[in-house]
Design a protein around this ligand. Structure first.
Ligand code: NAD
Length: 281
């Protein structure tokens, strides 16, 4: 079997195109405030990519850059201002924050109405309750979008998620349940992982270990979503051995060009949605 490649770049491009059209009809552009603290090279690249993507669809991105020794109070004061500023629709705090900053405290200080990353406890709770007022975290939302692009009936499928992080594993498990999948969440302490994974109709790999998922983990005909982004001496690698997935699965996302572009497209979508919610007549 040669798996079909799920082209995240193309799907994300279509979403951005449609957003650009909708945004061009607004009287004022949506505004996203981005907070970047420290000089982590990967974070700087992510923020640059987000700014560029915003610009391309007509969202104004305003980045607030701090040195690595910024105090918690400075960040909280800025968040307080941004939360109250009527012209700011979305707020994104680029993670990781410097080690001396309490990330939880910072994320909880973002107004839930502007929390376009969906990391505030109120939005996490509303996601559990399937409330339309929540913001769904961008990577999990993008993954579900990729699955929908296949136009398959997901009801009753056996979905296995590897990873239980707040950012990917837990929210995507929740969303898969909402799609009526039977969901198993696995993690670093899970026993007999490969045997479990071989029963998965949908396998979501979000563990952050380059090419960890090999043939023994893949059920023939499965849908494989590779969330991993691992910088290795041999370049950027996913969590899945792409060649093995191509030979065994029915569908697979590439790295790069799978989940990554969808994460950015969903950030743009969430910012547009925040604008609409805040400007409801
Ligand atoms: P994390 O480190 O917070 O969580 C990793 C999870 O994997 C943990 O729950 C851990 O228990 C589990 N795990 C680790 N080793 C394991 C093993 N050997 N077997 C089973 N489970 C294991 O990571 P994260 O933030 O959830 O990110 C996961 C990966 O996804 C990383 O590579 C990250 O760079 C990538 N990522 C990509 C995007 C994107 O847009 N494509 C977005 C977020 C994260």
């Amino acid at each position: 079997m040669t798996a079909k490649i799920i082209n995240g770049t193309e799907i994300a491009k279509n979403i951005r195109h449609s957003l650009k059209e909708k945004i061009s009809l607004l009287k004022t552009p949506p505004v996203l405030a981005v907070i970047l603290a420290g000089s982590d090279p990967a974070s700087e690249i992510y923020v640059k990519n987000k700014e560029k993507a915003c610009h391309e669809v007509g969202i104004t991105a305003r980045t607030h850059k701090f040195s690595a020794n910024v105090s918690e109070k400075e960040l909280l004061d800025l968040l307080n201002d941004l939360n109250r500023a009527p012209d700011i629709n979305g707020i994104l705090v680029q993670l990781p924050l410097p080690a001396h900053i309490n990330s939880e405290k910072i994320l909880q200080a973002v107004s839930p109405a502007k929390d376009v990353d969906g990391f505030h406890p109120l939005n996490i709770g509303m996601l559990q309750q399937k409330s339309p007022d929540t913001f769904i975290p961008c990577t999990p939302k993008g993954i579900i979008c990729l699955l929908h692009s296949l136009s398959l009936n997901l009801t009753g499928l056996n979905a296995i998620v590897i990873g239980r992080s707040q950012i990917v594993g837990l929210p995507v498990s929740n969303l898969l349940l909402q799609e009526n999948c039977t969901v198993t969440v696995t993690h670093s302490k899970t026993k007999k992982l490969s045997a479990l994974c071989r029963s998965a109709d949908i396998l979501i790999a979000a563990l952050g270990k380059p090419e960890f998922i090999t043939k023994e983990y893949i059920k023939p005909g499965a849908i494989i979503i590779d969330v991993g982004i691992n910088r290795t001496p041999n370049g950027l690698k996913g969590d899945v051995n792409f060649k093995d997935a191509l030979e065994t699965a029915a569908y697979v996302t590439p790295v790069p060009g799978g989940v990554g572009p969808m994460t950015i497209a969903m950030l743009l979508e969430n910012t547009y949605e925040a604008f609409l919610k805040q400007n409801r007549p």
